[in-house]
Design a protein around this ligand. Structure first.
Ligand SMILES: C[S@@+](CC[C@H](N)C(=O)[O-])C[C@H]1O[C@@H](n2cnc3c(N)ncnc32)[C@H](O)[C@@H]1O
Length: 307
């Protein structure tokens, strides 16, 4: 089913309605259908199995969430103890090893948005900033084409933005700042699958909250500008019950997580909001899944360029 992109800064919780479930691992008696062919029966059994394991998957998701919560609590406690031992002085949250990767949020779509969506974009950028500040490998973060309603929102709602550290706000379009050959536009409509990040490239995220009204716009712009483009390799690792158009902050967070873990799969599962219904490709139901994009071509980079 097609749903809108996650355009609010989304929490990672908040899955859909509770489901009526049987106990974990409890199997339903296989239903026999005398009129079905062997192949159809096999498919049906697979589907039944998929249904039966729903509760287990749900439990696994809960466990992962719980693990993350515990990890955060442990970290907060350690920081507190460290701070006490340090005579009350705060220390940086963790040792950061900055990445040389450059990530741009292209805000040249300002006139296509209503103020309420510009405010959402503003929140998403705030979230990117906060995440980058805490990241193990913070990227070189740029916001380009800053002006119009977005600047107005920032001036009104968050005057402190002028003091944000380790990031660059520019009024210029990214094409005025970076050579064309260095650019890769990230867009879900690209036929190219991003396999690895190339630290010599500049990755661009479209600063757009459009509720799918401007489908394919960033792809079109990249094509017109003769810029390389790629989509995140979501379809290689996850099946989702919705479209694979993500919000700016989710794309940003996935990239940071990939830089830390070196695995797209891990990055997708820890960042994708639960309502996207992401499940591992290997565990996806037979013939099911929301992503019907045709096979995309991989962009391959030599392994030594991996972060
Ligand atoms: C809400 S989307 C905007 C969708 C818009 N209709 C477009 O044409 O890109 C915000 C941005 O996140 C990035 N993005 C979202 N999903 C992506 C995906 N699956 N792969 C790569 N980039 C993605 C793109 O840069 C996109 O412009």
């Amino acid at each position: 089913a097609e749903v809108m992109a996650d355009e609010n800064v989304a929490s990672r919780g908040g899955a859909g309605p509770e489901e009526q479930e049987r106990a974990p691992g409890q199997e339903a008696a296989p239903r026999e259908h005398p009129n079905l062919s062997k192949r159809q029966m096999k498919k049906l059994r697979k589907q039944q199995k998929w249904e039966e394991e729903r509760e287990l998957r749900k439990q696994k998701r809960k466990d992962r969430k719980q693990q993350r919560r515990l990890q955060r609590q442990r970290q907060a406690k350690e920081e507190e103890e460290e701070q006490e031992a340090n005579g009350g002085r705060k220390r940086p949250r963790r040792e950061a090893a900055p990445s040389s990767l450059r990530l741009v949020v292209d805000c040249s779509f300002d006139d296509l948005m209503l103020m309420k969506d510009v405010r959402k974009l503003h929140k998403q950028i705030q979230r990117c900033y906060a995440i980058n500040r805490r990241a193990a490998h913070p990227v070189q973060f740029y916001v380009t084409s800053l002006g119009g309603q977005l600047k107005q929102s920032m001036d009104e709602k968050d005057k402190g933005w002028v003091n944000w550290k380790d990031m660059s706000f520019r009024a210029e379009h990214y094409s005025q700042l970076v050579a064309k050959e260095e650019l890769v536009y990230l867009t879900s409509d690209s036929p190219n699958l991003l396999q690895q990040l190339d630290l010599h490239k500049v990755y661009v995220i479209g600063g757009l909250v459009d509720h799918n009204h401007h489908k394919g716009l960033t792809f079109q712009r990249a094509e017109e500008g003769g810029i390389q483009h790629a989509q995140l390799p979501l379809s290689t690792f996850v099946r989702m019950n919705s479209r694979k158009v993500l919000a700016v902050n989710h794309v940003f967070e996935i990239i940071l997580e990939y830089l830390e873990k070196g695995s797209w799969e891990e990055a997708f599962f820890s960042i994708l909001p639960q309502r996207k219904g992401a499940v591992a490709v290997a565990a996806a139901p037979p013939g099911g899944g929301g992503d019907s994009t045709p096979e995309a071509e991989p962009i391959l980079h030599p392994p030594e360029q991996r972060p």
